[in-house]
Design a protein around this ligand. Structure first.
Ligand code: 5BU
Length: 249
C-alpha cells in the first residue's frame, strides 16, 4: 500500500490527501472531478453524507479509482478487535472499498488485527493509520501515549503508519525521529493560512509539515471550500512537492 501511495504521489507530484468533507454525493463527485489530477488520496467520512446509498458510493469509489486515488476512511475505530472487524462490515461495508482507515490504539493492539481481518474477510488488503497525535487543541494524546502507540505500531505489519499533527512542525519532527523511516506519517491540520481554525482545529503550513517529516498532508477546507478547488489543490500539491525536494536535498 505504501508503494502504491508513493507511485501515485510521484506520478502526480503531490503529497496531498484531500479531506473530502462534503455532505452530498454530487458534491463529492464534483470534487473528484475538479481535484483528481492534483491529489494522491481521498479521505472520507462516509457517515456524514446525507444522501448516501450503496450504489452512489460504489460509483464514487469507481470515480476515485479512475482518478488514481487511494481511498482512506477516517473512521477512527477504537473498539475491541472483534467489534472493529464487525464495524468494517455493516451498512457502510468499509472493508470493501477502503484502502486505509484510521484507528486509535486506546483499546490495545488487537484492534489492528481486527481491522486486518475485516479486509481479509472480503479478500482485500488495506493499511491502518494509528492516531499518534491529533491536530485539535487540548487533545489527550500526550507524549507518553504517542510513544506507546509508535512503539507498538512500528512492530505491526498491518500498520501503514501514523497520524501526526500537521499544525505543529516541531511535534511532527519529534514524531518522525521516534517513528524512523519504515512507516508513513500523514498529517491533518494543514492549511496555507496558518493559525487557529473553527472549533479547536489548528493549522500549519504544508511545506513545513513535509520538511518536518510528513509523507502526506491532509487538507480539507483549504481545498474544498476554496473558490477554485482545482487551483487550490494544485497550490497544495506544489507546496508539498517543493517540501519533499528540499527535504531530500
Ligand atoms: P480541515 O477542513 O482541513 O480542517 O479538515 C481536516 C480533516 O482532517 C477532517 O476531515 C478531520 O476529520 C481530519 N482530522 C483532523 O482534522 N485532525 C486530526 O487530528 C485527525 C483528523 Br486524526
Amino acid at each position: 500500500m505504501a508503494k502504491r501511495y508513493m507511485e501515485v504521489a510521484t506520478e502526480k507530484q503531490s503529497l496531498v490527501c484531500l479531506a473530502a468533507d462534503r455532505n452530498t454525493m454530487a458534491g463529492l463527485m464534483a470534487l473528484i472531478e475538479a481535484v483528481g489530477p492534483h491529489v494522491a488520496a481521498l479521505k472520507t467520512h462516509v457517515d456524514l453524507v446525507d444522501d448516501w446509498s450503496p450504489e452512489a458510493w460504489i460509483a464514487f469509489c469507481e470515480a476515485a479509482a479512475q482518478a488514481n486515488l487511494l481511498v482512506f476512511e477516517d473512521r477512527k475505530f477504537a473498539d475491541i478487535g472483534g467489534i472493529s472487524r464487525a464495524q468494517m462490515a455493516g451498512k457502510y461495508d468499509i472493508r470493501s472499498w477502503s484502502d486505509l482507515v484510521t484507528a486509535h490504539l486506546i483499546s490495545g493492539p488487537d484492534i489492528v488485527d481486527g481491522l486486518q481481518a475485516g479486509w481479509s474477510d472480503v479478500g482485500r488488503q488495506g493499511g491502518v493509520l494509528l492516531l499518534a497525535q491529533m491536530s485539535s487543541r487540548g487533545n489527550l494524546l500526550h507524549p507518553a501515549y504517542t510513544d506507546e502507540v509508535v512503539a507498538k505500531g512500528k512492530e505491526h505489519a498491518g500498520v501503514f503508519g501514523f497520524i501526526g499533527n500537521g499544525s505543529r512542525p516541531a511535534e511532527l519532527a519529534g514524531l518522525r525521529s521516534k517513528v524512523g523511516d519504515t512507516k508513513m506519517i500523514w498529517t491533518p491540520g494543514v492549511n496555507l493560512a496558518v493559525g487557529d481554525g473553527a472549533m479547536g482545529q489548528r493549522y500549519g503550513d504544508p511545506m513545513e509539515a513535509v520538511l518536518a517529516g510528513s509523507d502526506c498532508v491532509i487538507v480539507g477546507s483549504g481545498i474544498h471550500k476554496a473558490n477554485d478547488p482545482a487551483q487550490a489543490a494544485k497550490a497544495y500539491a506544489d507546496a508539498s512537492w517543493a517540501g519533499l525536494m528540499k527535504r531530500n536535498g
